[in-house]
Each structure stands twice: as C-alpha cells, then as structure tokens.
Design a binder for this molecule. Structure first.
Ligand code: HEC
Ligand code: HEC
Length: 388
C-alpha cells in the first residue's frame, strides 16, 4: 500500500517536473505531510468532545431547559437582554462590530458565534473561561451585558422554571447557594449550546474529494476546483499553521496584529491569571470533575506562565473558520467587514505596528497573494458554511 502510494507519487512528481517549466522547484501540492493535515480538516464528529466537568452536558432535559433560559430576557437586571440578544440569526451572533447590553451599555468586543462552540478548548477571545458552562456566568454577571446576579436569576427560576430546575438538579432554586446557582444555570446553557451546531459543509465534501484525487495523482489534483484555494490556505497563506483540524483552530492564542486601542487590548495576558484563580474554573468547587484532566491542563498553563508571558501580550484565541460567511464582521474588535477584507488583512501582514499591543507573531507577514489566490481563499472560506 505504502509502496504503491510512493511509486504513484514518484511517477506524478516526474510528470509535474516535466510540465512545470517556470516554477521548477516547488513540490507538488499536497505533500505527504500536507495530505495528512488535509485528512484532519474534514468531517467534524457528530458530538462535541465530552465535558466531564458538567455532568449534565449531554442531558436532554438540561438542554431543553437551557434552551428556554438562553432565550429569556428576564434573567437580566434590565429585563430586556438575553443570550439570544447577542447570539442570534443564522450565524448566532450580531451583524455589528459590538453589541448592546443592559442600560445602554455596549460590549467591548465582537460577539463570536455560539455555533459549534463546544468544539473549542478555551472560551472568549482572550481565553478567560476554560469551559463552556463557566463561560455563561460571565455575560450573565457582566454589567455591560445582562448585569444580573444570583438573586435575580433565582427569582426568575422560581417564577417560571421551578419544577424543571428541580427535576434536573434534584433540589429547588431556593435550596441552591448563589455561586452554585450561577454554575448550574451555566451548565444548562452549555447543554443547550452543545445542540447548536452546523457541521457538514460543502468544504468537507471538497476536501474529501480533493484528498481522494490527490492520493492517486497530484497532477489530476491540480485540476480540482478546490486546488488553488487549498494550496493557498496551506502554502502562501499559511492559514493551516493556526486554522487546523476539524474545528479549524489550533486552540491556541496568537498576536496577529489586529488594531485595538481599547482597554482589552492586552488580550490573553490580562485574562490568564484571573482564569487560573477563578472559583468557577474547571478545577474549582463547582466543577463536576475538579481533579480530572482539566486540572492538569490549568496546572500546565500556570507552569508556563512566566516563560509564555511575552507571547500572551495582545494574543487572541484562534477562532474556528466554520460558518465564517455567517458571522461578519470579523476579529475580536469586529473591525474587518468582509471575508475579502480578512484576506487583504493577512495579505498586508496585519495592521500597522503601533496600532496594537505586543509583538506580532512571525507567521503573520506580507503574503503577496495574486488576485486569483485571494479569490480562491475567499471562496474556500465561503464553502465552510455548515448545514443547520
Ligand atoms: C450584550 C451581548 C451579549 C450577551 C447578552 C451575551 N453574549 Fe455571549 N458573547 C458576547 C461577546 C462580546 C463575546 C466575546 C467576549 C470576548 O471575547 O471577550 C461573547 C462570547 C460568548 C461565547 C464564547 C464563544 C467562544 O468561541 O469563545 C459564548 C459561548 C457565549 N458568548 C454564550 C453566551 C451565553 C450562553 C449568554 C447568555 C448567558 C451570552 N453569551 C450572552 C456578547 C454577548
Ligand atoms: C498565527 C496564526 C494564524 C494564522 C497563520 C492565520 N490566522 Fe486567522 N486568526 C488567527 C487569530 C488568533 C485570529 C483572531 C484574531 C482576533 O480576533 O483579533 C484569527 C482570525 C481569523 C478570521 C476571523 C474570525 C472571526 O470569527 O472573526 C478569519 C476569517 C481568519 N482568521 C482567516 C485566516 C486565513 C484565511 C488565514 C490565511 C491567509 C489565516 N487566518 C491565518 C490566527 C491565525
């Protein structure tokens, strides 16, 4: 099998070599390594990875109750803002750069989508939540978002969800302490969000087809409609360095040089310690697996804090690219309007030095893409929209 693969490849290399002429030194796309990376890009598993820190994560009753709570503005102090206010429509976000919360306040950042959210390993663009259930506590209690607290939320649970809550948690809201109540509501939100996904996209079909053609012949692969887009994504664009795997993220944080003069411009560095010391984190008393692998994960982040500090300044989470055509505008600031603008952003090597905090990572530099390569990248991104 391997010998066959190799001899087919050698024959193809020879043909491409003979045809190549001008671009003589370029290895045909995809190389074996690139082929392996391509195989990791398609077909999301039908369930987000398990979350042992929330024992209700895949409980259907919890998801049904979470669904109702997600859409309920009475959980907010002003009575008008629900999770849905900022995570709505096909893209489960808003169409503006920032979003409106309680009392005329505006968010500091662009709301990301909640589609496929639990395929992420960190939450919020600066990673200040380590699990999807504790993430939900942040907007509920943020003065610029829902401006709420356990007293307001308990009253609403008692008024409208008393028996459903008691069925899931085997105690009433009044029998639940303040912090535990917030954590429990977060766990319901997560159970619901885990059911809100758009996974299968034309991109997956294209990648699968491209792989099967390329495994037989890299010459035939050059004629595939996905060829130029994928090649640019892997080679000149370097997108695959960070946007890899089925969720199209490395689950890491990078400073890519996005203009930001706001108070949050420090990115991960301003969030990481608060997250590590947070009573609601996955190693804390409200976690359903406080001594599991999550605790080790947090410990290893803590262990590398000093060494990694410089890289964390102005670094943001690599977001998924799935459903990206549904979630404009882009970046944590929402400053980039369209996908064509995103490609221009990368082509020029990010925003100007001095317009963002920290040091831009080395991968982000001028790309000098041809117009056809830019177009092919935008098309590739547009094909990442999944079925509801
Ligand atoms: C007023 C607008 C607003 C409301 C209300 C709101 N969010 Fe968000 N949401 C945001 C913004 C802005 C961010 C990004 C914040 C950041 O990155 O620092 C965000 C981030 C998220 C994320 C992180 C996704 C990721 O990939 O990291 C999830 C999940 C989420 N919100 C779910 C919820 C839930 C659940 C609720 C209700 C309890 C909620 N949101 C209420 C604006 C809002
Ligand atoms: C060094 C890692 C890295 C590389 C290389 C990279 N990205 Fe990104 N990408 C990121 C990070 C980090 C963000 C989030 C930045 C922010 O929010 O400020 C991002 C954001 C985006 C967004 C906006 C997502 C959203 O929801 O707002 C798109 C689209 C995108 N990248 C596409 C690409 C494409 C196309 C390429 C190749 C031309 C590429 N990226 C190369 C790390 C990278």
């Amino acid at each position: 099998m391997n010998a066959n693969r190799l001899s087919a490849r050698l024959a193809a290399l020879l043909v491409v070599g003979l045809m190549a002429g001008a671009c003589e030194n370029e290895e045909p796309f995809p190389s074996f390594d690139e082929l392996d990376e391509l195989k990791l890009l398609h077909s999301m598993p039908q369930r987000p990875p398990a979350d042992p820190t929330n024992r209700f994560a895949d409980n259907t009753q919890a998801a049904a109750l979470g669904n109702r709570l997600f859409h309920d503005p009475k959980l907010s102090s002003c009575g008008t803002v629900s999770c849905k206010s900022c995570h709505d429509g096909d893209g489960r976000t808003v169409a503006t750069a920032l979003a409106d919360g309680c009392n005329g306040n505006v968010t500091g950042r662009n709301p990301p989508t909640i589609l496929n959210a639990d395929y992420n390993r960190w939450f919020m663009s600066d990673g200040r939540a380590d699990r999807l259930w504790n993430q939900a506590i942040l907007p509920m209690t943020s003065p610029v978002e829902m401006d709420s607290n356990a007293t307001i939320i308990r009253a609403q649970l008692n008024a409208e969800y008393h028996s459903s809550y008691a069925e899931v948690f085997t105690k009433t809201p009044d029998e639940t302490g303040d912090d535990e109540l917030l954590a429990n509501v977060g766990k319901l939100m997560q159970a619901y969000e885990r059911t809100v996904n758009r996974r299968r996209s034309p991109f997956d079909e294209d990648v699968k087809r491209f792989i099967s053609v390329a495994e037989v012949s890299v010459v035939e692969a050059t004629k595939d409609p996905a060829y130029l887009g994928l090649k640019t994504y892997f080679r000149k664009g370097q997108c695959i360095v960070c946007h890899k795997g089925v969720a199209m993220t490395d689950h890491l944080f990078h400073n890519i040089g996005v203009k930001d003069g706001s108070a949050g411009a420090e990115g991960q560095t301003a969030a990481v310690e608060a997250m590590l010391d947070w009573k609601f984190n996955a190693a804390g008393p409200f976690s359903d697996a406080p001594n599991g692998t999550d605790a080790q994960r947090l410990a290893s982040v803590r262990a590398t804090l000093v060494e990694k500090r410089a890289e964390m300044v102005g670094a943001y989470k690599t977001p998924t690219l799935r459903n990206i055509a549904l979630t404009a505008p882009y970046m944590h600031t929402g400053e980039v309007a369209t996908l064509a603008d995103v490609v221009e952003f990368y082509d020029k090597g990010g925003d100007e030095n001095g317009s963002f905090t920290g040091t831009r990572t080395e991968t982000i530099k001028k790309l000098e893409l041809e117009p056809a390569e830019k177009e092919a990248l935008v098309k590739l991104l547009e094909l990442m929209t999944g079925e509801p």
